[in-house]
Design a protein around this ligand. Structure first.
Ligand SMILES: [Zn+2]
Length: 177
């Protein structure tokens, strides 16, 4: 009597196998849940990016700064990222003076911003209020003219120094930041 139903085992096993296969296919069909990171930019910023973000300037100031970078070459290692906006504008005036005196083809070189560790300790360089321009590649007879024109163009808010000697350069600083 019991053995009468043995033949049913095979079809039942087949049904279970089919159900199992169906279940596996459905499981794989389910979309992988998407992970949406919370809207917190700081969570994904590198320390450097965040630091730059803190130093962000108004749009127009940023444009002036970019112009200064585009119209000059910078000695490797020169840091100008946090330069005061007044210095960005002053820098553009200095560039113009170079162009007038030396020629439009000349590209001024900035040799220092807030970077070089050998300025005097209270130097304006460390307050993002001074930049140095290369002047040794300008013919000697034109250097004085550059210094005088810069002094005149920048006015009393700025100090223009023609540093002589082994490390001759043009130093421009904001007197009252
Ligand atoms: Zn300097």
């Amino acid at each position: 009597m019991k053995m009468r139903y043995v033949y049913l085992i095979a079809p039942i096993l087949v049904i279970f196998l089919l159900l199992g296969a169906y279940w596996l296919v459905k499981t794989n069909d389910r979309p992988i849940p998407k992970f949406e990171p919370p809207e917190d930019p700081l969570a994904t910023w590198s320390p450097e990016e965040y630091y730059r973000h803190l130093q962000m300037k108004p749009i127009n100031g940023k444009r002036v700064h970019n112009l200064l970078i585009q119209r000059t070459r910078q000695k490797p290692g020169v840091y100008l990222e946090s330069l005061l906006p007044a210095m960005d504008s002053a820098g553009l005036k200095v560039i113009h003076v170079y162009h007038v005196v030396v020629g439009d083809d000349y590209t001024p070189v900035i040799t220092s911003g807030n970077d070089y560790p050998y300025h005097a300790r209270n130097s304006k360089h460390y307050f993002n209020a001074a930049i140095d321009f290369r002047i040794v590649d300008v013919p000697m007879k034109l250097r004085k003219q550059i210094v005088e024109s810069c002094t005149e163009r920048l006015g009393p808010r700025f100090r223009v120094l023609w540093e002589r000697g082994a490390k001759e350069h043009l130093h421009v600083e904001l007197i009252e930041p």
